[in-house]
Ligand binder design. Structure first.
Ligand code: MLT
Length: 335
């Protein structure tokens, strides 16, 4: 009797002590919170200024994923250094699934452009899933004398460094597009860096800069509103929403560029949280309203087979390797 009571007391004490040890080691909250995840708002870092294409996609996605997961997605714009400042913030965030980053191919190109990122691109992040993919649009301010591609590209080449081209920082899509355009035309332009193509677009609309190669996401609404002029799209085929705008190939310019966004958590985030996030992302990518919003601005989703975490990880690794090879071949060294 006494022995049984003693055993019960010891067992209870051992269980309590074990529980305390688990709690102080942080094991219990991690397991419990990953299972109940998410129990509080999720911060979504956008590594460029508000109003740009990454911001637009993040807000659309965050709103939908928040509804699916029953928590708010709070967008935080951490702009600077071509998107690497926001990436660095994610790399040092707690890996608990409550801080995420939306980023694009610049995340993969950055290690070939920047000498000291403060994180290891291939090991710092846990890919959650691919978001959207689409072309860039080469556009100019309305006051330019060239009104179509045939007149614009020779004009731009002739202007050389008298022409200003805006971009969102070294390594951003708009910067890489400007560099490719410069190579294709064999001319150097004056580059003007911004913290994102949101503010760059504002300056194009007001005529402060001559040209900008931006994602269709934010270029299309301005083109349709006649605030800027589109000269070419960088995709293999014309966009349904801009049927009169030729492709760069049709315009005789060797510039072919497709961009993509993906969602990331810090490496080490619990699998249960990453799976729930991927599920919520997939729900958004299937939603008719989201697809219509994407289509209206000339962007789209990847084939469904590429919606998994694994597919995103594979593509991301391949993109890091691809940019390392192509930027090295172009004589670019990390600065
Ligand atoms: C932005 O949101 O400002 C863009 O994604 C920047 C870019 O890559 O051109």
């Amino acid at each position: 009797m006494l022995a049984t009571r003693l055993l019960k007391t010891l067992t209870r004490r051992a269980a309590a002590a074990g529980m305390l040890a688990c709690l102080s080691a942080g094991v219990m909250p991690t397991v419990a919170s990953a299972q109940n995840y998410p129990t509080k708002p999720i911060t979504l870092i956008v590594p460029f200024a508000a109003g740009g294409p990454s911001d637009v996609i993040a807000r659309l996605l965050g709103e939908h994923m928040g509804r699916t997961l029953g928590q708010t997605f709070v967008v935080e714009n951490i702009a600077g250094a071509g998107g690497t400042a926001g990436a660095k913030r994610l790399a040092s965030a707690a890996p608990d699934g409550y801080t995420l980053l939306i980023h694009h191919l610049a995340l993969a190109a950055a290690p070939s452009l920047y000498g000291n990122l403060g994180y290891d691109t291939l090991t710092a992040f846990a890919p959650v899933g691919l978001v959207n993919t689409g072309p860039m649009v080469v556009a100019g301010k309305m006051a330019l004398p060239a009104t179509d591609a045939k007149a614009f590209f020779p004009y731009l080449k002739e202007q050389g460094d008298k022409a200003s081209i805006a971009h969102a920082g070294v390594g951003s899509n708009s910067h890489l597009c400007a560099v490719l355009l410069s190579q294709a035309l064999g001319a150097k332009f004056t580059q003007v860096a911004y913290r994102g193509t949101g503010p760059a677009m504002n300056d194009l609309v007001s005529g402060q800069v001559d040209a900008l190669c931006d994602q269709s996401t934010t270029a299309v609404p301005q083109i349709q509103a006649n605030t800027i002029r589109a000269y070419a799209v960088t995709s293999a085929a014309r966009l349904d929403v801009l049927p009169a705008v030729p492709t760069t190939k049709e315009a005789g310019v060797a510039l072919d560029m497709t961009i993509w966004h993906g969602l990331y958590a810090p490496k080490g985030a619990p699998d249960a949280a990453l799976d729930k996030l991927n599920g919520a992302l997939q729900a958004a990518l299937k939603d008719k309203a989201v697809l219509e919003r994407f289509k209206a601005v000339g962007t789209g989703v990847f084939p469904q087979a590429e919606w998994t975490r694994a597919a995103h990880a594979t593509r991301f690794k391949a993109e890091v390797e691809k940019w390392a090879v192509s930027l090295k071949a172009a004589g670019v060294t990390p600065q």
